[in-house]
Design a protein around this ligand. Structure first.
Ligand code: NDP
Ligand code: 2IT
Length: 447
């Protein structure tokens, strides 16, 4: 088995040299899915996984725009259309200076499995740009988004490819992108998700990724007859996912003690309550400030510059910032401090070494493609509402989100339970996600 896996990975490495994040994502999937393929004749010998690691289409384009000083700026835009066997391409757009083909391919690859797990008919894609939104004026953001969409529009559509937000792309950016798409196509369709509530957005979509990450963790805890009540939670990030993971944790009676951004983390021993979270939401979403400014309002908290929060004692950790933000050493510290559950809000935040530590210790560990799938699932619900030209209530969408997270959890149990009863959520999510896409690909033939 080791030989088959390493031969496969060597081939992928040869074709995708210099793409470490993509190779990391493929390796994790190959190690769990290839043993399953080998045991199942319908998949064996059909090169299904080899077909899945090759994007159906990879689009790269120039984005030129004029900044507030009248200087012409040039960025690179991308859309990776990874797999459309079970539905139109679906996945977010990331605006961050680190964006490159490797990062977007890893995200698009993960998205294929994640979208398959949601139970909804969505293929996988991802896109974005190396544009850095930090410090830009609203007008600069608008000009960049318009320039970006002036090329992207020809590659997407409500039945072809439906982008959404990710790091650096929130409701403000989706608005500017949607405006340009609508103008160029002269049509009002559900081509993007994460739209504003008065122009086609779904209630609960802003909250969905963070809430879903906590719902998934709740499901995991239930297998141990446990809950969030009274637990201490450490969260990284302070953007969309982190904010709503914190909100739901507080609602469930837990104490959230940290949040972070790329400059460091805050620790509030008394707990970040609803009032403090409202302050953070205003600071990050309206003022677009730094998390260290929390101390100006709450001086009892401490700010640690340039560090991640994993050395603080907790029962549950929710990594909600970015990829590879939690390494093997961090995992050891979390475990030695008694952490018993990790639910990933971000995509691939734990390194391979960290996951090995969590599995060795047999704690509850959920990979992002299962635990953060609530965001894209609710995007799927937004698409349904757009097609119906209808709007569901908050309660209706939240109920569906909870059900979907429960279904994903059950799929992980079905495909990931080891002989000793330990639930390997990585294995479960990868195999369950794979089976649905592979079956569709086989049914549709070699295309
Ligand atoms: P936001 O842009 O709203 O927030 C991102 C947060 O992560 C910020 O606090 C940011 O800090 C921090 N961050 C970003 N890059 C780094 C870095 N290199 N090092 C340290 N901190 C960093 O993005 P989201 O909350 O939407 O996304 C967070 C994660 O969740 C990503 O991994 C994303 O792919 C994933 N995700 C998002 C979904 C969604 O619906 N939005 C759905 C599923 C997954 P700073 O402000 O300093 O950059
Ligand atoms: O990583 C993700 O799942 C997202 N950024 C959300 C994608 C979406 O289409 O809502």
């Amino acid at each position: 088995m080791k030989k088959i896996i390493s031969e496969f990975l060597d081939l992928v490495k040869e074709r995708n040299a210099h793409e470490p994040e993509f190779l990391q994502a493929v390796e994790e999937v190959a190690e769990t899915v290839i043993p399953y393929i080998v045991k199942h004749d319908i998949y064996y010998g059909k090169n299904v996984l080899l077909r899945m690691v090759e994007p159906e289409r990879l689009i790269s384009f120039r984005v030129c725009w004029v900044d507030d000083n009248g200087e012409i700026q040039v960025n690179r835009g991308y859309r990776i259309q990874m797999n459309s066997a079970i539905g139109p391409y679906k996945g977010g757009l990331r605006f961050h200076p680190t964006v490159n083909a490797s990062i977007l391919k890893f995200l698009a690859f993960e998205q294929v499995f994640k979208n398959s797990l949601t139970t909804l008919p969505m293929g996988g894609g991802k896109g974005g740009s190396d544009f850095n939104p930090k410090g830009k004026s609203d007008n600069e953001i608008m000009r960049f988004c318009h320039a970006f969409m002036s090329e992207l529009f020809r590659h997407i559509g409500p039945n072809t490819d439906i982008p959404a937000g990710d790091i650096g792309v929130g409701q403000r950016e989706i608005g500017f992108l949607f405006g340009m798409y609508r103008k160029l196509r002269n049509e009002f369709t559900g081509v993007l998700t994460g739209k504003g509530m008065t122009w086609g957005g779904s209630l609960i979509r802003p909250e969905a990724t963070g809430y879903g990450t906590v719902y998934f963790a709740e499901n995991m805890l239930k297998t141990k007859n446990d809950s969030f009540e009274g637990k201490t939670i450490v969260i990284s990030g302070s953007g969309n996912v982190a904010q709503y993971a914190a909100e739901k944790s507080i609602q469930l009676g837990a104490k959230v003690v940290t949040l972070s951004d790329s400059s460091g983390y805050i620790y509030d021993e008394e707990g970040i309550d609803n009032e403090k979270l409202t302050f953070i939401m205003h600071l990050k979403n309206e003022k677009r400030g730094r998390i260290s400014e929390y101390l100006e309002a709450y001086p009892n908290a401490k700010f640690t510059k340039g560090k991640t929060p994993w050395h603080e004692k907790c029962d549950i950790a929710l990594p909600c910032a970015t990829q590879n933000e939690l390494n093997g050493d961090d995992a050891k510290v979390l475990l030695s401090n008694g952490c018993m559950c990790v639910s990933e809000g971000a995509n691939m935040p734990s390194t391979k070494e960290a996951i090995t530590e969590f599995h060795k210790a047999k704690i509850l560990f959920a990979p992002g493609k299962a635990s953060n799938a609530g965001g894209v699932a609710t995007s799927g619900l937004e698409m349904t509402q757009n097609s119906l030209r209808y709007k569901w209530t908050r309660e209706e969408v939240d109920k569906k989100l909870k059900e979907i997270m429960g279904d994903i959890h059950q799929s992980c149990i079905d495909y990931g339970t080891d002989e000793d009863g330990y639930i390997d959520y990585v294995k479960g999510a990868n195999i369950a996600g794979f089976v649905k896409v592979a079956d569709a690909m086989l049914a549709q033939g070699v295309v």
